[in-house]
Design a protein around this ligand. Structure first.
Ligand code: ADP
Ligand code: MG
Length: 328
């Protein structure tokens, strides 16, 4: 075990592991220039977003490299999805501790390759640097929307329905399980840990919400907190029917074990889409859900006023304290 891990120099590392990911986007110039160029498809705007993930904050230091890579890419794709954008390209800033070796980078690149294919997105540039601190991966993702059509957090109107994709709370439960703060059956454990490690962004749905949704975002900090952002930016209030929030079988089992519903709707890392749409959109949303095989659940409504209210079956407010995760 005395052998030092193999570590190729920075430029060879880029050429060996990252340049193969840049094929397919001519503007990437094989990752051999100072910058890349990108021409949007005719009639489209570029949508740009960035998110960093940090060891010890967003993932565990010993998580496998492909899982870290996929999470980094997927949280950014989730932001594109929320804006109705189709993924196109991304830049990768890899901030690696010195003990990261070739095998690690190779597996990391393999994770990226897998998801590039899955989401039709290509690496076009980045930066690689060492750090005495925790491993950090920052991605800038770029997508395309029809000119002037990017979905925003503003635009929700009183009377709108509030919708959410998939199920809520699973990733927060995954984190609890990984921290040994919750015991679940093997099957449920696997399901929620997978949700924490590798989120499922939904760009195939997001772009079809253009023309249907009035306001949209992705749920990353907690459902209540994030709907609060729509309420604030749209100058409206939002009422959520707590018992209508879609839960997985694992989440239902967790409730039976004493986890509070409030923990699920204020936990983070869901990477589902939440949006508001007029009542008239219901039939088209139902069809869209069928087409994409992505569950859509109506969980509340938009009203006049301010803020987010969580209501129980009897219409009484459920106190929730902290609405979601914040870093500071
Ligand atoms: P510069 O010194 O001009 O800023 P760099 O030496 O940082 O350029 O990078 C050289 C090339 O390699 C650039 O095209 C850059 O986009 C690419 N690159 C560096 N690191 C990465 C990475 N982690 N992923 C993708 N491309 C990268
Ligand atoms: Mg340069």
């Amino acid at each position: 075990m005395s052998a030092k891990p193999t570590r190729t120099g920075e430029f060879d590392l880029i050429a060996k592991y990252f340049a193969p990911l840049a094929k397919g986007e001519p503007g990437a110039l094989n990752l051999k220039d100072d910058a890349a160029f990108l021409r949007p498809r005719p009639g489209h705007d570029l949508v740009v977003t960035t998110d960093a993930i940090v060891a010890g904050v967003h993932f565990f230091e010993n998580d496998s490299p492909d899982v870290i890579a996929r999470k980094a890419l997927r949280v950014n794709i989730s932001d594109l999805a929320a804006k109705g954008a189709t993924p196109r390209a991304y830049l990768l800033t890899a901030v690696f501790p010195r003990d990261v070796d070739d095998a690690w980078v190779k597996a990391f690149a393999a994770g990226l390759k897998l998801d590039q294919k899955r989401f039709a997105i290509t690496l076009i540039g980045g930066d690689t640097t060492s750090t005495p601190g925790p491993l950090t991966v920052n991605i800038v993702a770029i997508g395309e929307v029809p000119h002037g059509k990017m979905l925003t957090r503003a635009g929700a109107k009183p009377g709108d329905d509030v919708w959410v994709t998939g199920t809520i709370g699973d990733a927060a439960l995954g984190l609890k399980v990984l921290n040994d703060a919750l015991q679940l059956s093997e099957q449920h454990r696997k399901a929620v840990v997978a949700r924490f490690h590798v989120p499922e962004p939904k760009p195939q749905l997001g772009h079809r919400l253009i023309g249907l949704a009035h306001a949209c975002l992705d749920v990353s900090d907690g459902l209540v907190a994030d709907l609060g952002h729509i309420a604030a930016e749209s100058n409206v209030s939002i009422r959520i029917q707590a018992h209508d929030v879609p839960l997985s079988a694992a989440a239902k089992a967790a409730l039976d074990k004493g986890v509070g519903l409030v923990d699920l709707v204020t936990g983070g890392d869901d990477y589902e889409l939440a949006f508001t749409a007029p009542n008239a959109a219901r039939p088209r949303l139902k069809a869209l859900s069928r087409d994409t095989a992505i569950p859509l659940t109506r969980i509340g409504e938009v009203g006049k006023g301010r803020g987010v209210m969580l209501l129980d079956k009897n219409g009484n407010p459920v106190p929730y304290g902290r609405p979601g995760y914040t870093h500071f």
